[in-house]
Ligand binder design. Structure first.
Ligand code: G3P
Length: 217
């Protein structure tokens, strides 16, 4: 499973990238607003760090303006994936941009039917939002499973990009189901390293290091 990092914070991207943990980056208008940076400038900076797909989202609601925005975003770098919402206008924009050879990430997906439409429209990535479904008592991981089944049934090559990931557990569950990509905030990726027994085991080793005066350097 590829790891995308869901942030527009440059330092966090650099830290994870140095460890080989960043196969791509996703941003959205809320993350850009949080960064306090200009969208074109910060997106360019991210593309200079990461060679994998970097999602940058349109902000218009109608297809003509979305397409113009998408073309402008795509000019930032070769690894831009234009992110469009799963609306009819977003699907029209997806089809036009993918026909032009631009990667498209269709976002705000909450149903298997929406994912089916995005694949038909040529999406490179479909972004089902797990956490926001869980928030309203609908199993977000079940949606990932349903989309995996549908895409595999018909050989769609649209990649399932699990989004709105809120916990380390979401990451391993997505990997078990077979999501192609999971995008998570830096804190969730780092939390994957945590285990209470690792902490306990290390404390025991350190006590023995102290007791025996073990030195390596
Ligand atoms: O990639 C989409 C993601 O940023 C949404 O996450 O936590 O705002 O639902 P969240």
């Amino acid at each position: 499973m590829k790891f995308f990092v869901d942030t527009a914070e440059i330092d966090a991207i650099k830290e994870l990238h140095a460890l080989g943990m960043v196969d791509g980056v996703t941003t959205n208008p809320s993350l850009i607003a949080k960064s306090g940076r200009d969208i074109l400038e910060v997106t360019k900076e991210i593309c200079d760090i990461v060679s994998g797909p970097v999602s940058a989202e349109v902000v218009a609601l109608d297809a003509d303006t979305m397409l113009a925005e998408g073309r402008k975003l795509a000019k930032i770098a070769d690894n831009i994936a234009v992110k469009v919402p799963l609306t009819w206008a977003g699907l029209q924009t997806c089809k036009a941009l993918s026909d032009e050879g631009t990667m498209v990430n269709v976002t705000l997906c909450f149903s298997a039917n929406q994912a089916l439409l995005a694949a038909k429209a040529g999406a490179t990535f479909i972004s089902p939002f797990i956490g926001r479904l869980d928030d309203i008592n609908i199993d977000g991981l079940e949606l990932i499973e349903d989309i995996r089944t549908i895409y595999d049934n018909y050989g769609f090559d649209t990649q399932i990009l699990a989004a709105s990931i809120r916990s380390a557990n979401h990451m391993s569950e997505c990997a078990k189901i077979g999501a192609d990509v999971a995008t998570a905030p830096p804190g969730v990726i780092k939390a994957m390293a945590n285990h209470v027994l690792t902490d306990k085991g290390l404390a025991g080793f350190m006590a023995d290091v102290e007791k025996a005066g073990i030195k390596i350097l």
